[in-house]
Ligand binder design. Structure first.
Ligand code: NAD
Length: 251
């Protein structure tokens, strides 16, 4: 059964080959969706879109920290597809800094991409979603928001991802009467390139020791949860945060 047949989804930060956004795009396309992949580099986004199964996908450049770029992109995509049903706010960056090492530019970079980007892209799509009266927004938070880091990102990353949880719930509350559902996913330790080679063997072993399932998650593990939240299977789910972490938070 194809869960997104005839639907259109925007996924931000989805050009990274081993990333969560690309895995969600791949699974959405397998389930019949047309997907708009947005990322910083136009060529990388187009190449990622060309990789997806099916037809009608696009890959375009959009820096989610730039409000005008988000507004223009929303207008362009609505013109192109007519109707957009799903937005996955996935673009994110992290930095392995300790509290006293967070400089203003670190704070700005991490808060801006993760939190401001989620707000701006959601604002850009909200008038369309409200007019449709039915849509799903999925925001990528992190287990770091729930347990104060402990994986890779510093306190500013935990704060940004915790901000996403608050934003998700407030957006969900405001838009529930209008048929727009908003949920967050909290992935645990997932094997992608976000750590940019800075995760040492020791750090990895320490993280794995705290995961009851004893392995890192895969991007596909997170994509499955994205698909559930994007599809009508989750039609009565809003304002929730779903853990995809191999049991990391079992007390
Ligand atoms: P990734 O680095 O593979 O992909 C992130 C993508 O975001 C990249 O393609 C990058 O170019 C893009 N991006 C960065 N800044 C952008 C901007 N301003 N505008 C548009 N795109 C931008 O990382 P990933 O591991 O796939 O992470 C995806 C999301 O999942 C992030 O929000 C991350 O914080 C979150 N997350 C990841 C993990 C993990 O263990 N990998 C755990 C919890 C949460």
């Amino acid at each position: 059964m194809k869960l997104l047949q005839g639907k259109v989804a925007i996924i931000t930060g989805a050009a990274s080959a081993r990333g969560l956004g690309k895995a969600a795009a791949t699974l959405f396309a397998e389930h019949g969706a047309r997907v708009a992949i947005l990322d910083l580099d136009a060529q990388a986004a187009a190449a990622a879109a060309a990789d997806l199964t099916g037809y009608g996908h696009v890959g375009l450049a959009c820096d989610v920290t730039d409000k005008n770029a988000c507004l223009e992109m929303a207008e362009q995509l609505i013109g192109m597809f007519g109707q957009i049903d799903v937005l996955v706010n996935n673009a994110g960056i992290t930095q392995p800094l300790k509290l006293m090492d967070i400089a203003p530019e670190n704070y700005e970079a991490v808060l801006d991409v993760n939190l401001r980007g989620t707000l701006y892209m959601s604002q850009a799509m909200t008038p369309h979603f409200r007019a449709l009266g039915k849509a799903s927004i999925v925001n990528m938070s992190s287990v770091s928001a729930q347990r104060g880091g402990g994986i890779f990102g510093g306190p500013h990353y935990s704060a940004a991802k915790a901000g996403i949880l608050g934003l998700t719930k407030a957006m969900a509350r405001e838009m529930a009467p209008e048929g727009v559902r908003v949920n967050a996913i909290c992935p645990g330790f997932i094997d992608t390139d976000i750590t940019a080679g800075k995760l040492t063997k020791d750090m990895r072993a320490q993280v794995l020791a705290g995961i009851p399932m004893g392995r890192a998650g895969t991007a596909r593990d997170v994509a499955g949860c994205c698909l559930f939240l994007a599809s009508d299977l989750s039609g009565y789910v809003t304002g929730s945060e779903i853990d995809v972490n191999g049991g990391s938070l079992i007390h």
